[in-house]
Write a new protein. Structure first.
Length: 349
């Protein structure tokens, strides 16, 4: 049998395979540009599809046919004189496009299809490879982003619970912005710094004033600093808007004051992001406060920045007769009141 015309090759062309084809038919498709050295071929007896360049006998057969065909310059020129038309010769073989594509047995065809399916399954397309690579990069980026957010959140929580007031003062604006966007996170943060010079009761009052937004009810917390008992100062914590000015008024109980009939004094404090501390309370001549019971009131000042004033007008008042005494201005909408013993340690006097 002429091996050149033996139909034994299956060739993968475009998105399908053709065959069986002879060596010459493979050569013809190569000349037509349908097949090249990187095309996959297979024949019965081969374990898998391989590149044409790796099949020695087929490669050599195609190279021999290429060498046997004379180059265009070697072909004889047509004579100018008319020549008798040659007798039409019967076609010995049908042109490639007319030739039936399948001559092998059904078993061979099925085996070829199975081998091709396995080859294409193991070798994903370039587009699929790029899509998978992009998916891996995206997943990695998302994972890193989530990790950074988690670390940042934990860092904010830890910093917000710091006992260092300076650190807390720097980090509190960030905490405030986060809590404005997500008010439900307020309970996750310590909105006021841990203070070593206030009682646990006062610390709880200060912290509770910051756990909800003002739209759920205005709150003001009061904490007494006991670092200098004879020169009392107060911490205030509130969920009122940033830079809301607060007046702190203390009124002595005449029946308990030591060597004094009355005492009434007031200072103003401007909390930064809901937290601040007043200056020390002293007598008119700069002496320490007389010992005794004092009622402490905290309420918004009459003099507020315009932006703050417009925000306060939108909030519901928390004023009740129980927390607003006769000495609190009637214009005050937001009031807190607590009783403290001031002027030093309580004794038999």
């Amino acid at each position: 049998m002429n091996t050149e015309n033996e139909k034994k090759w299956f060739v993968y062309i475009g998105d399908h395979h053709e065959g069986p084809l002879s060596d010459r038919e493979v050569y013809q498709r190569k000349q037509q540009g349908q097949v090249n050295q990187d095309s996959y071929v297979w024949r019965e007896g081969m374990a898998d599809w391989v590149l044409l360049s790796q099949v020695t006998d087929l490669k050599q057969a195609i190279e021999a046919m290429t060498a046997a065909e004379p180059p265009p310059s070697a072909k004889p020129h047509l004579e100018l004189a008319p020549a008798p038309a040659p007798e039409p010769e019967p076609l010995e073989e049908a042109p490639p496009e007319m030739e039936p594509l399948i001559h092998a047995s059904p078993a061979a065809e099925a085996k070829a299809a199975k081998a091709l399916q396995a080859k294409t399954a193991l070798k994903p397309s370039r587009r699929m490879q790029l899509a998978m690579k992009g998916l891996y990069i995206f997943a990695g980026t998302v994972s890193v982003g989530i990790s950074l957010i988690a670390f940042a959140f934990v860092g904010l929580v830890m910093a917000s619970r710091s006992s260092n007031i300076k650190i807390h003062t720097r980090i509190r604006p960030i905490i405030e912005k986060v809590s404005e966007k997500a008010p439900y996170l307020r309970s996750a943060f310590r909105m006021t710094p841990t203070l070593s010079d206030v009682s646990s009761e006062d610390m709880a009052d200060l912290e509770n004033a910051r756990v909800v937004g003002p739209e759920l009810g205005v709150r003001i917390g009061i904490g007494l600093s006991d670092s200098e008992p004879s020169r009392p100062a107060f911490y205030v914590s509130t969920n009122l808007p940033h830079r809301t000015k607060l007046d702190i008024q203390i009124i002595g109980d005449p029946e308990t004051l030591l060597n004094r009939l009355q005492y009434n004094s007031q200072v103003t404090v401007t909390p930064q992001y809901g937290f601040g501390k007043s200056e020390a309370f002293l007598t008119e001549n700069g002496q320490m406060l007389p010992k005794g019971d004092y009622q402490v009131y905290v309420y918004e000042s009459a003099d507020q920045p315009e932006m703050v004033k417009s925000q306060l007008e939108k909030l519901a008042t928390n004023r009740t007769p129980q927390i607003a005494g006769k000495d609190v201005p009637k214009s005050a909408k937001f009031v807190a009141s607590r009783k403290f013993f001031l002027g030093g340690e309580r004794d038999e006097n």
